[in-house]
Design a protein around this ligand. Structure first.
Ligand SMILES: [Zn+2]
Length: 195
């Protein structure tokens, strides 16, 4: 099955298996990619007013373009200030996504995992870092640091001797590119009960 560099703007699929309720199911991938590249081409040249961007796009602005802009904003690739859109540099993006700012990931990141949700929490953290584009070694380091610094590791309930060993055992999550959301929501419910 072909894989795509850009995710579906609605459900984030990177192949033709969209979520059941995705509004872009069946949309040809070249159209999806064109929408992204139209937007990114302008923004990588210079920050652009969102209204101007619509008129600059050759061949017409459509729902896919709008969805692509929203997706780039939600994924933290594009920053908006006073209606002006700016593409983050690679370094800025890495810095930004290292600290998840939105729920349910924010709770996992800040409060750490508790016995009863370790599997889901670690799964979600790995899947999150994969989604935002970190390499495996960056992901491994971030998740191991998080296990220590959030207090998760000290709470116990792990079979492995070190956080790194635990993360290594879950490398398949990174390789498969699983979604983080469901696991993160389950973990958050457990964490919330402890806070
Ligand atoms: Zn989709």
């Amino acid at each position: 099955m072909p894989q795509f560099d850009y995710p579906c703007p609605d459900c984030r699929a990177t192949n033709s298996l969209h979520d059941a309720d995705c509004r872009f199911e069946g949309t040809p991938w070249p159209d999806v990619e064109k929408a992204y590249t139209d937007v990114v081409a302008h923004l990588s040249a210079e920050p652009t007013d969102e209204d101007d961007l619509q008129s600059l796009v050759h061949g017409g602005w459509g729902p896919l373009h709008r969805a692509a802009v929203e997706r780039l904003k939600r994924d933290g690739r594009v920053d908006e200030a006073n209606g002006v859109l700016r593409l983050l540099t690679a370094a800025e993006f890495r810095e930004e996504v290292s600290v998840p700012g939105r729920e349910p990931m924010k709770t996992l990141y800040r409060h750490g995992s508790y016995p009863g949700c370790h599997d889901n929490a670690v799964f979600a953290m790995i899947a999150w870092y994969e989604m935002v584009g970190l390499s495996w070694s960056e992901t491994r380091e971030n998740v191991a640091d998080w296990l220590r610094e959030s207090g998760s590791w000290d709470r116990g309930g792990f079979e492995e001797a070190t956080p790194e060993q635990l993360v290594d055992k879950k490398r398949h999550v990174y390789e498969a590119g699983y979604g983080w959301k469901e696991k993160a929501e389950s973990a958050k419910r457990v964490i919330d009960r402890h806070r």
